[in-house]
Design a protein around this ligand. Structure first.
Ligand code: ADP
Ligand code: MG
Length: 280
């Protein structure tokens, strides 16, 4: 096993791709659970009105529960909505409820509408006695104001890409939005990580897609591929991540490896002597 000590700054990653069904939510919750299992303190912010990340983390998110909606629209402090996942005492979730579906429209008339999540997050992080190591934001499948709030609040962008037809379709639109955000709202946002998901090594197509993405983004694509696995897709119906549901399954092993890569790349980016120290 690999032990990490997390002593660096909070890394805020937004998991985004405006295509639906590419593995954003699955990646968010399983990377978060993997990081928590390595000893990191991790917050997942569920920005998708569907609330699938909240479900997978076993966190109640019925309409009566205070949620990200109340933070974005009614200025609730994040501390008032955050719940601890039953999966780990290090794993926290700011849940989404169905109310968030209206937020996209309601935000339009709000002051500082692109900065609301960032302001709430900065305030929250500033009050914590034991800092968070990671914040992962699960985005809805669109490039609307919810996603823009995520881009504005984050340091890093993690794009999951499904190894199937049209994998790269829509990517230039996403990157265009990222450049617009960098120019006007968040100059520190960087596309740090691409994760290939739902990989089926038996098909030539999956291999071709993986090769093509690696050619375009040699520095960003993680070595680890997430295989297509029934266990991964079963886990949410038990209100669990695959890390808790079947930690020995191929999907769980791959997500843990991807999480270790993400930690290591962060160390390299920070330079030697800072941040985390593996194998102590
Ligand atoms: P998104 O959040 O981008 O819409 P999801 O994470 O919800 O995508 O994934 C879409 C569907 O694919 C879900 O039903 C999920 O369970 C399934 N899925 C995601 N990753 C895998 C995988 N590695 N193996 C099998 N099924 C997967
Ligand atoms: Mg999703």
């Amino acid at each position: 096993a690999v032990d990490f000590t997390f002593a660096g700054q909070t890394r805020v990653l937004t998991v985004s791709n405006q295509k639906g069904g590419v593995g954003k939510t699955t990646t968010t919750v399983n990377i978060a659970a993997s990081l928590a299992s390595l000893g990191a303190r991790v917050l997942v912010i569920d920005l998708d009105p569907q609330g699938n990340a909240s479900t997978a983390l076993g966190v109640p998110h019925t309409a009566d529960i205070p949620s990200v909606y109340d933070v974005l629209i009614d200025d609730f402090p994040l501390a008032e909505i955050i719940q601890t996942s039953p999966e780990s005492p290090n794993l926290f979730c700011a849940p989404s409820t169905i109310h968030l579906a209206g937020a996209e429209i309601e935000l339009v008339s709000q002051v500082a509408r692109e900065h609301r999540l960032r302001t709430a997050l900065d305030e929250y992080l500033g009050t914590l006695e034991s800092p968070l190591d990671f914040v992962l934001i699960d985005c809805p499948p669109s490039l609307g104001l919810l996603t823009i709030n995520a881009f504005t609040a984050a340091h890093e962008l993690l794009i999951p890409i499904q190894c199937e037809y049209y994998a790269l379709e829509g990517l230039s639109q996403l990157l265009g939005t990222v450049r617009m955000i960098q120019k006007h709202l968040n100059p520190t946002l960087s596309l740090s990580t691409i994760l290939l998901t739902m990989y089926d090594g038996r098909t030539r197509l999956a291999q071709q897609v993986a090769d093509e993405v690696r050619q375009h983004f040699p520095a960003e694509v993680l070595d680890t591929l997430i295989p297509r696995s029934v266990r991964v897709s079963e886990a949410p119906s038990f209100g669990q991540t695959v890390i808790a549901y079947d930690g020995q399954s191929a999907g769980a092993v791959a997500y843990r490896e991807a999480a270790v890569e993400i930690v290591r790349r962060g160390e390299l980016a920070e330079g030697p002597g800072k941040g985390t120290a593996p194998n102590q």
